[in-house]
Design a protein around this ligand. Structure first.
Ligand SMILES: Nc1ncnc2c1ncn2[C@@H]1O[C@H](COP(=O)(O)OS(=O)(=O)O)[C@@H](OP(=O)(O)O)[C@H]1O
Ligand SMILES: Nc1ncnc2c1ncn2[C@@H]1O[C@H](COP(=O)(O)OP(=O)(O)O)[C@@H](O)[C@H]1O
Length: 178
């Protein structure tokens, strides 16, 4: 199928955004979809090199990623974006950009609670924050504005990775995108 779409997975560090994106990408590719995962860390190494984690820099980062995602989605690619995007106005700007071109846009809130994320602590950021080696960690001492009406909310703490990915896949099917 050549219908493109952006699926933005927003949530705290270690919520499960990247893991779900890659699990879903595998499933979609196996079915013949064209898929890209816009990994936050890779984007920060290239397109957003030099940006930090201030409100302004995160806003710029999210809008840049939204720009690339919309281009891909408009050209038939399922574009999975596991990026925190902590501010509602940044996410809204990305949604609007998609609406203007008619490209499909789905917002998925990976709503894993901060106490679960801080135990997972995949990159050791929560430990660093607790040790005073890092400040401005999203969800701890930096804001995360929860999406009010996402297309899907995932409670990953109660699911396997496969179940979480399947729920996003089901959303795509429901919307006629997979
Ligand atoms: N201070 C602070 N707050 C949050 N995250 C931090 C921070 N410093 C580094 N990191 C790591 O960078 C990743 C977040 O960058 P993103 O580009 O995905 O998100 S953002 O929308 O620009 O906030 C994020 O990746 P994920 O853990 O995959 O979410 C972190 O690993
Ligand atoms: N249902 C689930 N969905 C996604 N990740 C899960 C789930 N259950 C447990 N995990 C684990 O949580 C961690 C999430 O890490 P990661 O995907 O890198 O988070 P993020 O990209 O949001 O920072 C991984 O170790 C993953 O195996």
């Amino acid at each position: 199928m050549t219908t493109g779409a952006t699926v933005w997975l927003t949530g705290l560090p270690s919520a499960g955004k990247t893991t779900i994106a890659h699990e879903l990408a595998g499933r979609l590719r196996a079915e013949g979809h064209r898929v890209e995962v816009l990994d936050g860390d890779e984007i920060r190494e290239f397109i957003s090199a030099g940006l930090g984690f201030s409100r302004e820099d995160r806003h710029t980062n999210v809008r840049r990623i939204g720009f690339v995602a919309e281009l891909l989605a408009r050209n038939g690619v399922k574009t999975l974006v596991p990026v925190i995007a902590p501010y509602a106005d940044s996410r809204e700007a990305v949604r609007k950009r998609h609406q203007e071109s008619g490209a499909a846009y789905l917002e998925v809130h990976v709503a894993t609670p901060v106490d679960v994320c801080s135990v997972r602590d995949v990159k050791g950021l929560y430990a660093k924050q607790a040790a005073g080696e890092l400040t401005g960690l999203t969800g701890v001492d930096d804001p995360y504005e929860e999406p009010e009406s996402p297309d899907l909310r995932i409670e990953s703490q109660h699911q396997t990775v496969q179940e979480s990915a399947a729920s996003v896949y089901a959303l795509l099917t429901e919307r006629g995108l997979a």
